[in-house]
Design a protein around this ligand. Structure first.
Ligand SMILES: Cc1cc2nc3c(=O)[nH]c(=O)nc-3n(C[C@H](O)[C@H](O)[C@H](O)COP(=O)(O)O)c2cc1C
Ligand code: SF4
Length: 430
C-alpha cells in the first residue's frame, strides 16, 4: 500500500483499505465484507443495535467523547414525525485531517455506518454535511451514495427489510463554526450557520424541528465493525473507559507526521519517538497540543507519562479532543503559535456572543503586541482575565477553545512571554 507512513504498531480497523483506490468502489468495499454489518443490523431489533454499540464503549470521535450508544438512546422511542441523522463531515479543527481520509478512501464505510445509525434511531433521512472545501472528497462520496442507491443499500425497502432510509450529501460553504452541531443544522436548513442555545437538545428539537442525532464521521465508521464483531471485540483495544482504536492526526516537527490508527491508551512518547520517528538531529520536544487547537497545551514534562486516552490526557493537563496531536520542538515560538490559533478563532467566531466576538479580537491584538516586543507584564494578566470571561459564558464552546491555549501557554511557557516582553527577543523562529 502506498498510503503515506504506516507503522507496525497500528491496528488498522477503520483505516484498512486506505491507499487502495479500489476500496472506494462498492465492489472493493464488499470484497472487504462491506454492507454485511448493515444486513445483520437490519435483522436485529433497533434496541439491540443500540445496546451493542453501548457495550462496545464507543465514544464520539468529534471531540467531546460522549458515549455513542447512550446518545442514540436519547432519541424518542415513539415516532411522531421524521427523525434525522446528521453525519458531521465538516472537519475544520486546525490539526485535524482524519475524516477526509475516511471519506475519500472508504466512502462506503461512512455510508454503512450512517445507515446502521439511522436504523437504530429510526431516522428516515441521513444528511452527510461535508466541509465546503472538500471538493474531490464530496464528489467521491456522492458517487458512492449513487452506487449504494443503485445496489439497494439506500432508498426504499433496503435489502428487502421493509425499512427505507435516504441519504443526502450536503456541501457546506467552508465555515468552521458549521461543525458545531446546532450551527450545522441551521446551515442544513438554509439559515446562517449560527449555534443555537441548548436546551432544547437536538434529540428533542433538531434539524427541521425534528429529533436528530449528530455524529462524527469516525464515530459512524466504527459502527459496522462493532455490529459485525460485537461490542466485546471492540473492547480488546484501549482502556476500560476509552475503548477501541482511534485515528491520531499527527502534525508538527516529527520526522513522519500523518494519520495513525492506534489503540486508545497508547503512550504519547511512543507515538512521538517510535511511530513518528522523533525529531531532526539536535532538536527536542518543547510542547504538544494533544487534541486539536481547542485544547490546553502540554509541556514536554507533562507529555512524559501521558497516555493517549480520554482520561490519560485529562490527567496530564489537557483533553484528547479529536486526537489531533500537534507536536512542537524547541525551535518553536510558542507565543507566535498561540497567536496564530487565536487569529483562527477570531476569524471563525460567528459573532453572536460578546465575550467571543470581542474577546477573540482582543486576545489577538494583545498577542500581536507581545510578539512584536511591545507587550507588558500587565498584558499577561489582561490575557488571563479575558480568557476567564470568555470561558463558560457563551452559546457554544468556540470561545472557551480560543481562551484555552492562551491561558495554558502563559501558565506553562511564561518565560517565553517574558523574554519577548523584557528584552523584545523572539524565542525560536518557527
Ligand atoms: C466550534 C465547533 C466546531 C466543531 N467542529 C466539528 C467538526 O468539524 N466535526 C465534528 O465531528 N464535530 C465537530 N464539533 C463537535 C460537534 O458539535 C458534535 O459534538 C459532534 O459532531 C458529535 O459527534 P460525536 O458524538 O460522534 O463526537 C465541533 C464543535 C464546536 C463547538
Ligand atoms: S461562542 Fe462564539 S462562535 Fe459560539 S455562538 Fe458564541 S459567538 Fe458564535
Amino acid at each position: 500500500m502506498a498510503y503515506p507512513y504506516t507503522h507496525e504498531k497500528e491496528v488498522r480497523v477503520l483505516s484498512r483499505g486506505w491507499g487502495d483506490p479500489t476500496t472506494r468502489t462498492l465492489e472493493g468495499w464488499k470484497a472487504l465484507g462491506g454492507y454485511e454489518a448493515l444486513a445483520k443490523a437490519l435483522k436485529m431489533e433497533r434496541t439491540q443495535v443500540i445496546e451493542e454499540v453501548k457495550s462496545s464503549g464507543l465514544r464520539g470521535r468529534g471531540g467531546a467523547g460522549f458515549p455513542t450508544g447512550v446518545k442514540w438512546s436519547f432519541m424518542p422511542k415513539e415516532k411522531k414525525g421524521p427523525h434525522y441523522l446528521c453525519c458531521n463531515a465538516d472537519e475544520s479543527e486546525p490539526g485535524t485531517f482524519k475524516d477526509r481520509e475516511l471519506l475519500r478512501w472508504t466512502p462506503h464505510q461512512v455510508i454503512e455506518g450512517c445507515l446502521i445509525g439511522a436504523y437504530a434511531i429510526q431516522a428516515d433521512h441521513v444528511y452527510i454535511y461535508c466541509r465546503g472545501e472538500f471538493f474531490e472528497t464530496t464528489q467521491i462520496l456522492a458517487r458512492a451514495v449513487e452506487e449504494a442507491y443503485e445496489a439497494g443499500y439506500i432508498g426504499k425497502d433496503i435489502l428487502g427489510s421493509g425499512h427505507s432510509i435516504d441519504v443526502t450529501v450536503f456541501a457546506g460553504a467552508g465555515a468552521y463554526i458549521c461543525g458545531e452541531e446546532t450551527a450545522l443544522m441551521n446551515s442544513l436548513e438554509g439559515r446562517r450557520g449560527l449555534p443555537r442555545i441548548k436546551p432544547p437538545f437536538p434529540a428533542a428539537v433538531g434539524a427541521f424541528g425534528q429529533p436528530t442525532t449528530i455524529n462524527n464521521v469516525e464515530t459512524l465508521c466504527a459502527v459496522p465493525h462493532i455490529i459485525t464483531n460485537g461490542g466485546e471485540w471492540y473492547r480488546q483495544w484501549g482502556t476500560e473507559k476509552s475503548s477501541g482504536t482511534k485515528l491520531f492526526c499527527v502534525s508538527g516537527h516529527v520526522r513522519r507526521p500523518g494519520n495513525y490508527e492506534l489503540p486508545l491508551g497508547f503512550p504519547m512518547d511512543e507515538l512521538i519517538y517510535d511511530v513518528c520517528g522523533g525529531f531532526q538531529d539536535g532538536r527536542s520536544l518543547k510542547a504538544v497540543i494533544p487534541g486539536g487547537s481547542s485544547v490546553p497545551i502540554l509541556s514536554a514534562q507533562e507529555c512524559e507519562s501521558c497516555t493517549l486516552d480520554y482520561e490519560g490526557v485529562v490527567e496530564a493537563g489537557s483533553m484528547l479532543g479529536c486526537a489531533s496531536v500537534i507536536i512542537m520542538d524547541d525551535t518553536t515560538n510558542i507565543v507566535k503559535q498561540v497567536r496564530r490559533m487565536v487569529d483562527f478563532y477570531a476569524h471563525e467566531s460567528c459573532g453572536q456572543c460578546t465575550p467571543c466576538r470581542e474577546g477573540t479580537q482582543w486576545l489577538s491584538r494583545i498577542l500581536v503586541r507581545i510578539e512584536n516586543g511591545r507587550g507588558t507584564e500587565e498584558d499577561l494578566d489582561t490575557l488571563l482575565e479575558l480568557g476567564e470571561q470568555m470561558t463558560g459564558t457563551t452559546i457554544c464552546v468556540l470561545s472557551d477553545s480560543a481562551a484555552a491555549p492562551v491561558a495554558s501557554s502563559i501558565e506553562k511557557f511564561r518565560d517565553d512571554y517574558l523574554a519577548l516582553i523584557r528584552r523584545g527577543e523572539k524565542v525560536g523562529a518557527a
